[in-house]
Design a protein around this ligand. Sequence first.
Ligand code: ADP
Length: 933
Amino acid sequence: MGSSLRQRMLFVMIGVLIVTTATYMFLVQKEVEKEMSEAEEQAARNVLRLVMLNIESKYKDLLFYKKAALERHKRELKNVTSLVVAHIDEYYEKYKRGLLSEEEAKRQAAEEVRRLRYGNNDYFFIVDRNYITLSHPFPELIGKNVSDLKDIKGNYVVRPMMEVALKEGEGFTRYWWRRIGDERPVEKLSYSVFYPKWQWMVGTGVYIDDIEKEAKKKLDAIIEELRENFSKIKIGQTGYLFLFNGKKQMIIHPYLSGKDVSDVKNKQTGTYLIEDLMKAARNPEVPFEYLWDKPTDRGNYKYIKQSYVSYFPPLDWYVASTVYKDEITAPAEILSRKIFYLSIVFLGVVIVLSMVFSDTLVRPIRNLIKVMKNVTEEGTTDIQVPIEGVTETRQLGEIFNRMLKSINEAVEAKDRYARKLERFNEELERTVQQRTRELLEANKKLQELDKLKTDFLSTVSHELRTPLTSVLGFARIIKKRLDEVVIPSVNIKDKKTERAVRQVRDNLEIIIAEGERLTALINDVLDIAKIESGRIEWREEDVDMVDVFERATAAMLSLVEGKGLYLRKEYEVGSAVVRGDRDRLIQVVTNLLSNAIKFTDRGGIVCRVGVREAVVRCEVEDSGCGIPTEMLEGVFEKFKQVGETLTERPKGTGLGLPICREIVKHHGGRIWAESEEGKGSRFIFELPLKGVDMTVEIPKEGLIESIQKHMEDRVGERILIVDDDSAIRSMLKQYLHDRGYETEEASDAKEAIGKARSLRPDLILLDIMMPGLSGYDVLRVLKNDEITRDIPVIVVSVLEDKQRALMLGASDYLTKPVYEGELFDKIKKTLGEKGDRHKILVMIIDGDKETMKRMAMAMRSRDFEVIECTGDKEEIIEGLRRSPELILVDLDILEGFKSLLEDEEIRDKIVNTRFVYMIKGGQRNGEESIDSG
Ligand code: ADP
């Protein structure tokens, strides 16, 4: 089936039509056929019935005619006989009058009667009272006694006549008698009259078959009439009626009339057909079927004929109808065919109409689609949909035209806005570039200012310290003198004097205390300035942090006890050695302890040292006033003190913690605080455990395995997370830590740029929407800065503007919310682009060619890429130019190699070389290993 509206409509319409027509044909046609066949059969039966009625009425006529004929004959007999009697009476009169003797009169009368004839040679006879025949045409009977005369049936002939004549005077009797000139006896009707004067019985008779003959003529006329009628009656097309009698004689038949059909057989059963028909007459309402041939197909007895047969007993007649059965069903079939052809014509007409109708309906929709296509594909909106078809499609057209108009307007508006947006964007771009330049300049200026400030602080502090030392020194001397000399020699009994002395003493103490505080402040300022400007000398030695804590706590113990606090030490390890400056580390712990004592009035202090995954973790916990959460980060900033510094007397300089942070930072560690306000604070710092630095000592034996293991163990890439939302930062941090990455965080653009420059992370995850400068600005700055240009950046944002991010130099783009899988796919992809992690480029420098070859082979088999060097200077330089990630140098060549590194160009080539292993030169040089620096 097609999918267009028109095809579907046509399909449905034609389908409905076909189904309707088929159903009609199937149900109605069957019914019609049945009804018509029945009607046809009924017609045959009716015809037969009518014929039978006709025969019956004709037969009644015949009977009536017969009766009338008999009566007429009787009357005739009576009349003629009365004439004869009158004649005899004449002779009697002659005798009476004496003209003739009685004997002569009787003889002459008898003689005269004997000669009388009438009708069909009919005659009279006279028998006397004694049954003696007196007159009769048959001379042999004259004078004979006929009282015992019997007819062929054995009945008396004369006696009944005599009896009725004697009894009634006259009467009719029947008997069988032969005709004159005929030997065959026939039934005769006699009339006898008694003539009392001579005691004679006069009789005459008429032969009944004469009446019958007349009746037969009448019957023949009836048959002729029937034949005429039958010939006019057609059953079906060729069916007809025929009539035969009980003697199996065909009376009326189109072509078998008068023939004897008694031996015609039923071809189907082998019985005599005429007998079958006679039997069928017992059920005139039930059709009798038999096989017959056809005039067009003679001798082929395979066509079914259907007959109805009725019997008319009075005449022993059988009337039958016969017709080929197919002629009965033919009209029904013709009608069905007509219905069928009509349906087809009707179907055709309806299909054409449906097509026309569907076309009128669908054409406007097609036009509509065409217009819409133009609109969507070519963007032309100035076309109009033609208004045509039925009301609905016209309305649709109008609506579409209106819609097109709106779209046109909207498109124009969009274009206007797009142009505006473009201009706006350009402006924004310029502004951002301008801001970026300003920012960079400001940044530079800030750095300069910072240096300036440090220098200033250092100078001023130095300048202040000298006079302050004098002030403090003199104040102490004055106090000493006052206590030792002045006070003892003064009369303190005088109230006024006593008060003055006390005031002087108190004031002196204040001067000393403030002086000391000022000195400490200046020292701290100097200290931090020195650290920040890098002008401090750091010592490098093994420092046991447990020892550091022991020394610091010992120094502070008196203060702790003075405040009535407890001091608990929880060392998880016997020793925790780090590399660094012992005194500075003691300074850190002392500082933390002094703060803890300062801000704790109840409870006490706990010190902890532990080792965790290559880090020494140190804690100073107190049960003091605590620090508000929002201040936790701030306390490490210079001059930041919790509380109102202006109204409350500050208890310190506000520089202690910044100094601590600088010291810890210098040792490659970090420091932070955790606190719950009112319950206490905990200051924690972590330092790298000694020996877990980038330099590893590896024996030559099992070297490759060690290298591989170390490469796998090596600290993961460092990723800078830039997002103003701390929750997101912490989430990303957790994800990354779980996968072994190191993380750094920045909460705004400024911090991000700063950290990117100072930490040079392997990757930056950058948020776009941040207060102040946006992530795009950060991206622009980073990509314009030589130092940060190569750090790949993945933009993580809710904004879906991947294009812009990529254009500004982002490596990839992630949309918030961030899913772990996607995040790491992108990180892996981005970091992977920097270099194939599996093919680590290793440079092996070994004077012993055989050893070197063996090592190179072994390393290649483990998927390293190897540069082989036997120690030739040119060769080494060539190798270093390829920036190997790992260099293995034999100790014998080490000195020469180191001298090569003094060349700046070569040093630049190996800035990214993470590991330089100095391996032992075989057994000769013992266990010595050298750091690469
Ligand atoms: P200060 O010399 O003022 O102690 P620091 O830099 O050492 O300077 O400390 C800064 C501020 O941090 C302090 O003024 C104090 O408000 C807060 N602080 C430091 N340590 C603690 C602590 N253990 N308990 C409560 N507050 C503390």
